[in-house]
Design a protein around this ligand. Sequence first.
Ligand code: C5P
Length: 222
Amino acid sequence: MSAMLAGKRVVVSAGPTYEDIDPVRFIGNRSSGKMGFALATAAAARGAEVVLVAGPVQLPAPTGVLRIDVRSAAQMRTAVLAALPADLYIGAAAVADYAPRSIAKGKMKKTGATLTLELVRTPDILAEVAADPRRPAMVVGFAAETDDVEHYARGKLEKKKLDLIAANRVGVPGSGFECDDNALSVYWHGGSRELGPLPKTQLAEALLDLVIARMQAASAPG
Ligand code: C5P
């Protein structure tokens, strides 16, 4: 069990991204990074060579893992693509979907009663990894959904061309962001599994076991 990922290279993205508005303000998602860090730790414990691309989080680097700190979605994309090729990519980061078109050089003054910011879409890192010529054999995404979890998660599985997606319901107590426990509904082509509620460290172990089982099934002859 401990060497199940020996010889495999695993890239994990974790945490939020911060999209700067000016030198003191940013737009970002709520994310502690705990799930991604737990997955990186669990993969290293199984013998993998792990690259952890981390957005701004208050977490110590797991031992035996190469940690690359980034701030914005654009920086995360560059670091993730530079870490390929890999056998497994897990996109556990809560990437901001939009970033300001430009970053003000000085602190913006609050002169008006309203302020309009022009935002542009950030790159979809997960979809890019799945479409890359060096595509890892297994590409895993997360989906934070408030309702109709299976419908939206399976939609992302197809659209982003993933092998597996782990969905968590946000807005319910004891699950999701900035919390130690979580529950996941995991979907892949032709299957699904409910995991948890469990502490994120144990949930990461369970999810990785499932991912490894899917990798083995995909590489099995016939
Ligand atoms: O589309 P949505 O943001 O819900 O998809 C979530 C999944 O896509 C997560 O795995 C997240 O890490 C990834 N993602 C990404 N780049 C983005 C947006 C989301 O890699 N710009």
